[in-house]
Design a protein around this ligand. Structure first.
Ligand SMILES: [Zn+2]
Length: 318
């Protein structure tokens, strides 16, 4: 199947809120006990996660009004053209997001998914999040696909092939120190104030590729990798899917929206975990909707398989 190679925000398969009436006969199930039974007996499980999974970790989502960074659209800054045009500005944005991601900790939702992945052989988790929190929660690499890349992975912008995974340098280099400063909650960080000029940074002081020595390094974001997409397609095409989890995402961003549709076509029961009731639109009577934060809800939903989860994400068998 053909996919776009760039993150876009096209709505592919919109669910209309009108198609779901909480009191109507089309209302999805909400029973945790019934859902636990389904998880127990499910073999092939596909999960798609979005910003809502990391919300309880305190990370900004850049969605909706006000989702700008210094008057720039984050999706525009992610474009290669923006990096080529002003690498220092784009690096300041990335360095700030990396600092935020490293300062945050995985929440109980990340740990619950990681534990489920360890227990279920045929579980594949696709995340739209670039914060690296699923990786830090110990989610097995073989069962996790980073649809939009990771702020912690760096690649050579010259495409020489160099890649540095799980780079934890914060700041990424001394010239970007302004992006890693912490301010009290009542104070605006100067970097986030569009009226304060950004620090002057020379291109030669930005992180460079140690391999070809000429290319700039840049986080691996947004560019959808052919081999990864083929691997996901292969997994989906292996057979029927028992359960599709839609966690903290409105799933309107390509390619996540397409995967949800494909799982439904392969017979999956869909379970939506989201604080927003509109996200349940279009669910069928055999589907499930759990309104709430992924950090609260997921440990309860998976308890039958992973045991009870404590605040640190540690589990004890039932
Ligand atoms: Zn290079």
């Amino acid at each position: 199947m053909r996919r776009s190679f760039f993150c876009s925000h096209r709505t592919l398969f919109p669910r209309s809120p009108e198609s779901y009436s909480p009191r109507g006969r089309m209302a999805p199930k909400t029973s945790i006990a019934e859902f636990r039974e389904l998880v127990n007996k499910s073999n092939r499980i596909l999960a798609v996660c979005g910003a809502g999974l990391s919300a309880a970790s305190g990370l900004p989502t850049f969605r909706g009004a006000g989702g700008l960074w210094r008057n720039h659209e984050p999706t525009s800054l992610a474009r290669p053209e923006a990096f080529a045009d002003d690498p220092a500005l784009v690096w300041l944005f990335y360095a700030w997001r990396k600092h935020m991601a490293l300062r945050a900790n995985p929440n109980r939702g990340h740990y619950a998914l990681a534990k489920l992945a360890m227990k279920k052989d045929n579980f594949l988790c696709l995340t739209q999040n670039v914060d690296g929190l699923s990786v830090r929660a110990g989610h097995p690499d073989s069962k996790l696909r980073l649809l939009h890349g990771s702020i912690l992975d760096l690649e050579c912008f010259n495409k020489c092939g160099y890649i540095d995974r799980l780079n934890l340098n914060d700041p990424p280099c001394p010239a970007l120190a302004a992006a890693s400063e912490d301010y009290p909650p009542d104070q605006t960080m100067p970097l986030l104030d569009p009226n304060v000029p950004t620090p002057k940074i020379k291109v030669q002081d930005l992180p460079h590729c140690p391999e070809c020595k000429t290319g700039l390094l840049r986080p691996v974001l947004c560019g959808l990798d052919d081999a990864m997409l083929k691997g996901i397609d292969d997994w989906i095409e292996q057979g029927p899917i028992d359960l599709m989890l839609e966690i903290g995402t409105s799933a309107t961003v390509f390619p996540a929206a397409g995967y949800m549709h494909e799982a439904q076509n392969r017979g999956a029961v869909v379970a939506v975990v989201n604080p927003d009731p509109d996200s349940a639109g279009g669910l069928m009577p055999d589907d499930f909707f759990f309104q709430g934060s992924a950090a609260e809800v997921l440990p309860q939903l998976f308890e039958g398989v992973i045991g009870k989860t404590d605040e640190n994400g540690d589990t004890a068998p039932n």
